[in-house]
Design a protein around this ligand. Structure first.
Ligand code: IMP
Ligand code: MG
Length: 177
């Protein structure tokens, strides 16, 4: 079997949409500073592109949570692999994710982060698969694209750690050689 990547959302479309979302965030947070929390590794490309286009002051921290192995199915098990460096107390926190699928990762993460007493906590994602949601309590405040239930790669998203660096969103297709 060989893998082929079909373009689902082009680089130009992703770029234009990130600009729109960044403008909306900048407006919503006018007069405040945003503490962006990048969920590694997948969220890193989106976080950088988004942060560059936000016009209010931004600080950044990183966290790594694992809910998936090198597989395309959720294990349902979530653990903190790397915690934040800085406290959240009194900060306006915006969590930046690559994709929200079942919502298990975020549901768990938001509960933990709320306990650290931020002033506010919101969620921004590059991609959302609403059909796949198991955790209905996860509210997505900013979503760039809703996508169908297909396994996607690129812009930070991987398939067995590959394809994160693709500048577009693509679907992995397996083909007989
Ligand atoms: P959730 O806990 O099911 O919402 O899973 C979220 C995490 O699963 C994301 O942060 C990704 O790391 C991974 N994931 C879910 N769907 C995809 C996909 O289509 N491609 C690559 N990774 C995915
Ligand atoms: Mg992720």
């Amino acid at each position: 079997m060989s893998e082929k990547i079909r373009v689902l959302i082009s680089e130009e479309e992703v770029d234009a949409r990130i600009r729109e979302i960044a403008a909306r965030i900048s407006k919503d947070y006018a007069g405040k500073a945003i503490h962006l929390i990048c969920v590694l590794k997948g969220g890193v490309f989106f976080t950088c592109e988004l942060a560059k286009r936000i016009t209010v002051p931004v600080s950044l921290d990183f966290m790594s949570v694992s809910s998936y192995g090198d597989d395309t199915k959720s294990s349902g098990v979530v653990k903190i692999v790397k915690d934040l460096d800085q406290p959240l107390e009194g900060k306006d926190v915006l969590i930046v994710e690559d994709i929200i699928d079942s919502g298990r990762t975020l549901s768990y993460l938001i509960e933990i982060l709320k306990g650290r007493k931020p002033n506010s906590i919101h969620l921004c994602t590059l991609l959302d698969k609403p059909e796949r949601r198991v955790k209905k309590d996860v509210v997505v405040d900013y979503s760039c694209f809703n996508i169908p239930d297909e396994f996607v790669v690129g812009y930070g998203l991987d398939y067995a750690q590959k394809y994160r660096n693709l500048p577009f969103i693509g679907v992995v297709e397996l083909e007989e050689e």
